[in-house]
Design a binder for this molecule. Structure first.
Ligand code: FES
Length: 83
């Protein structure tokens, strides 16, 4: 199934990016070699990143940039406030 119509990539391409180490929406797009255009696919890509990363924060290259919301049924990653 297509994830991004603008750049014509599917779930398989996102999974390949995640398996190759992409840990953010931006890094998924960079890995695929494109950039966000209309943005409609961003929530889907974000969810796929989150689902791929659940429980793997210790190995996440973006661990310093994200924090896990502890009191939600479904973990979500939110950017930490700039100091
Ligand atoms: S659907 Fe992905 S940028 Fe438009």
């Amino acid at each position: 199934m297509y994830v991004c119509i603008c750049s014509a990539f599917n779930e398989k391409k996102v999974k390949e990016a995640l398996d190759a180490g992409a840990r953010s929406t931006a890094s998924v797009f960079r890995h695929i070699g494109t950039s966000v255009q209309c943005g409609k696919c961003v929530p889907t890509v974000r969810d796929m990143v989150r689902d791929h990363c659940v429980g793997d924060c210790a190995h996440c290259p973006n661990a310093d940039d994200h924090a896990v919301a502890a009191n939600q049924d479904t973990p979500s990653y939110v950017p930490m406030a700039a100091e």
